[in-house]
Design a protein around this ligand. Structure first.
Ligand code: ADP
Ligand code: MG
Length: 708
């Protein structure tokens, strides 16, 4: 082991080093107006761009770089080339071109190999800026009109012979719209900051770690991402800065997880063999190996002294409900209360029914809470508060203010992606540090779940119950409707049921789309002798539930619906789904819809109609028809639509990444997570510099990522 150098040094030296480092760091967060050449007036322009501090400026990364290359000798350039040249101004002209009807400013430039005239269109004011004798660097495209010309894209006047040409040579950063302050001025200010501040900028990442990961230092990374010497160097810098974006987020998650784990659980559970056996006796089928494994993981959490904080992921139809039921029954068996929250009334009702059936002969008392069921509500709330209800099932009504529990020990949130951050947090607060289990069928790609749910433990059901056959999926551009109807009829004759899904409830004047109401009228006559029911979001909850009950019981054979059947609905006898205007849905949404069928042992078929106009939408449908694997679909969705679209950045609390790419930088995310968790484990208080940078990133920002 190497000796620790710091102890060998003179104290005084060390202190001075620290002071100098602090100065640099302070410079990083100083007001932009104190940068050389800025001042209060110009600072207002920067403020309009959202830039108040030097740090803001450095982390406003370039949109791209122009490759202006090295300065070329004029004698070597050819027509059509994009080049950078440097020369003395020998002659200046400012005139109106009779051919183009536009003012032209041009200068003759020469170096020791040739002479080229540089041309600007409509920029007469340059007359006052560029003079004979100036040394000029210009970048642009070479043209030929009798003589060689260069159409100037960027230029600068060289003041000293060796001043670097930041606008015209090498990789020149471009920052998108910065008109508030001017493009060249903006670039100049970034250059100044990079020159003055980044060398020797203290790096919060330990140098050992940096070496191990092959990263540039923070200062070098800022320099090289704005003004890279080579394309490779730029990528190296980007990787470091992308890692940082992940790293600070993972720090927050590591801290949060540590906070949760530090508090002992309020109501410890005991799950012995007797209780375990009593629970299993209620299950109508044998659990799959994946379900068993996940139940094992959950059991360990439930009997530990720390609150469970677990995400249960399982593709549609993989059997998450029964796993949740185990946790619920374990909790109720310990004489504590449990709550199950579902995003829709239909799904909540379905859970109430499933639990009701399972617990028919037990003494477990179930209460149902939803927005529409007001009757007897007061009485029910009283019972919940007094502990006379063991299990509360419902919609977001469960987290309303007046709902109070006596001893809530477990909160289950089904289809958690359908809830907002606040609603999920609210359920947790109904108890005193309850165990929390959140479930999702949206198969979240690993990179995303590490960012979105990085403070949770994750369990995955990666196996379907026995006898399932993946639904066959067909895409028909528009024809073959008659065949499709005939196919549905044949399935109805076999005793199966079918869904028809439409994007709109009613006909709309604006959109030329089939609506559920119109389709319902048509389908009634398509399927004589069968009952065709209609379900949509504008119906009252009781009406919806009545329709669902008809369909569930098999008295309705065809269900015409809007997207309201998207999540959770479980009617194994329904094996056909026809989706019209499939281009209107996201991939994950389609996957959820298709998840309604193929839930029993019958063959299932999904037929898509719709016009696919863009390449992306064609690619989406190609992916969708070729696999039923939710993870593959989610990965594709992420790749094709990006995380913001996929989850709604605002609602999910997903931070915006500027240098990082969730699809391409999975490895960096893994590293960042590992390193951040290790850092918090070693030193929960974090070093002052890390704390400072963490604060800068997340201070006063909306609550990042929060679940449960
Ligand atoms: P999801 O994970 O989509 O919520 P559900 O919990 O609704 O899935 O289960 C889907 C269907 O599979 C239900 O009809 C359920 O009864 C059935 N099921 C779940 N687990 C098993 C199993 N181990 N064996 C047989 N059927 C199962
Ligand atoms: Mg479910």
């Amino acid at each position: 082991m190497k000796p620790v150098r710091a102890f060998e040094r003179d104290e005084g030296v060390n202190q001075r080093t620290d002071e100098r480092m602090n100065e640099r760091t302070a410079g990083l967060f100083s007001d932009i107006q104190f940068v050389k050449g800025v001042g209060p007036q110009r600072a207002m322009g920067f403020a309009k761009l959202g830039i108040k501090t030097v740090y803001d400026l450095l982390t406003a990364y370039p949109k791209k770089h122009y490759d202006r290359g090295a300065v070329r000798k004029m004698g070597t350039v050819r027509m059509g080339e994009d080049v950078t040249i440097q020369g003395r101004v020998a002659y200046v002209r400012d005139y109106k071109s009779p051919r183009m009807g536009m003012r032209i400013f041009s200068v003759d430039l020469s170096d020791d190999t040739g002479r080229i005239s540089a041309v600007w269109f409509g920029q007469s004011h340059l007359r006052r800026i560029i003079h004979v004798g100036d040394l000029l660097i210009v970048a642009g495209r070479i043209d030929y009109y009798g003589t060689l010309q260069i159409r100037v894209a960027d230029f600068e006047i060289v003041s000293g012979e060796d001043a670097p040409a930041i606008h015209t040579s090498g990789l020149v950063p471009s920052y998108g719209p910065v008109d508030e302050v001017g493009r060249k001025y903006y670039r100049r200010v970034v250059w100044t900051v990079v020159q003055d501040l980044t060398p020797g900028l203290p790096d919060p990442l330990p140098s050992e770690l940096r070496r191990q990961r092959g990263f540039l230092s923070l200062g070098e990374s800022f320099r090289a991402y704005h003004f890279p010497r080579t394309v490779q160097e730029k990528e190296r810098a980007r990787r470091r800065l992308a890692y940082d974006e992940f790293f600070y987020l993972q720090l927050v998650l590591a801290q949060r997880r540590r906070d949760v784990q530090q508090l002992p659980v309020a109501r410890p559970l005991k799950i012995g063999p007797v209780l375990d056996g009593r629970i299993r006796a209620l299950f109508p089928f044998t659990l799959t190996r994946a379900q068993e494994r996940v139940i094992g993981e959950i059991r360990k959490d439930l009997v530990s002294s720390r609150p469970m904080n677990r995400l249960l992921q399982g593709d549609v139809g993989s059997g998450k409900t029964i796993v949740a039921a185990y946790a619920v029954l374990a909790c109720v068996g310990n004489r504590y209360q449990a709550a199950v929250m579902a995003p829709t009334e239909i799904l909540a009702e379905q859970h109430a029914r499933t639990f009701g059936r399972m617990l028919e002969h037990s003494r477990v008392r179930i209460g149902f809470l939803s927005g529409s069921r007001r009757k007897g509500r007061k009485d029910l709330l009283k019972k919940i508060a007094e502990g006379e209800i063991d299990l509360v099932i419902g919609t977001h009504a469960v987290v309303q203010e007046d709902v109070r529990f006596k001893s809530l020990a477990l909160a289950v949130i089904d289809e958690q992606q359908k809830f907002g951050v606040m609603q999920r947090a609210a359920l947790r607060l109904k108890g005193e540090r309850p165990h929390v289990l959140v479930m999702t069928a949206t198969p979240i790609p690993r990179t995303l779940s590490l960012t979105l749910f990085g403070d949770l433990d994750v369990s995955v059901i990666d196996e379907m119950p026995p006898g399932r056959k993946p639904a066959r999926t067909l895409y028909e551009a528009g024809g073959k409707r008659a065949q499709a109807m005939e196919f549905v009829r044949s399935k109805l004759r076999e005793g199966r049921q079918a869904y028809f899904v439409y994007p709109l409830i009613e006909k709309s004047a604006k959109l030329d789309l089939q609506s559920a109401i119109e389709a319902h009228q048509r389908l009634v006559s398509e399927f004589p002798g069968y009952t065709v029911a209609l379900l949509h979001g504008r119906m009252k909850d009781e009406e919806k539930e009545a329709v669902m009950e008809e369909f569930r019981a098999g008295r309705a054979h065809v269900l015409v619906s809007t997207i309201v059947v998207e999540v959770g609905i479980d009617v194994p006898n329904a094996t056909v789904m026809v989706i019209d205007h499939c281009e209107r849905y996201g991939l994950s949404q389609l996957h959820q819809l298709r998840g309604r069928i193929g839930r029993g042992s019958y063959d299932a078929t999904c037929v898509l109609f719709g016009g696919l106009k863009s390449e992306v939408s064609r690619e989406r449908i190609r992916v969708f028809t070729s696999t039923t694997d939710g993870f593959k679909i989610a990965e594709a969705d992420l790749r094709l639509r990006g995380p913001g679209e996929m989850f709604g950045t605002r609602q999910s609390g997903l931070p915006e990444f500027k240098a990082a790419n969730l699809v391409g930088d999975a490895q960096l995310l893994g590293w960042a997570r590992q390193d951040a968790f290790a850092m918090v484990g070693r030193d929960p208080a974090l070093s002052p510099l890390v704390r400072e940078l963490l604060g800068r990133r997340y201070e006063n920002k909306a609550p990042i990522v929060s679940v449960g």
